[in-house]
Design a protein around this ligand. Structure first.
Ligand SMILES: [Zn+2]
Ligand SMILES: [Zn+2]
Length: 104
């Protein structure tokens, strides 16, 4: 299954200019380039596992949106065709949730 890089809009203004500002061993704080809001995406297990996941090409950059698999803790979380999330490591299907929303 071909995947693509994670992308989600700012929960405050809907802009797609979302950047990851920290490192996976710290936190998942993201900032919106349009309105300056900060927030942290999280995943929830959806149930079900997919196999044969091909990582996106090119792989995400350090500032691309990132989150953590709720099942195995990997940050190889990618999107598939129908905009649902899968973990590239354990294959779990995931649901995205945005928390810690702080408008600028
Ligand atoms: Zn925004
Ligand atoms: Zn996983």
């Amino acid at each position: 299954m071909q995947t693509r890089r994670l992308a989600f809009p700012c929960p405050v203004c809907g802009s797609g200019e979302v950047f990851y500002t920290c490192t996976p061993n710290c936190c998942y704080n993201h900032v919106c380039g349009a309105c300056g809001a900060t927030f942290e995406p999280e995943t929830k297990r959806k149930g079900g596992v997919v196999t044969g996941i091909a990582p996106p090409d090119p792989l995400p950059d350090a500032t691309d949106p990132t989150t953590e698999c709720a099942v195995c803790g990997s940050n190889a979380v990618y999107m598939v065709e129908d905009d649902s999330l899968v973990c590239g490591k354990c294959g779990a299907t995931l649901e995205l949730e945005i928390g810690e929303v702080h408008p600028a």
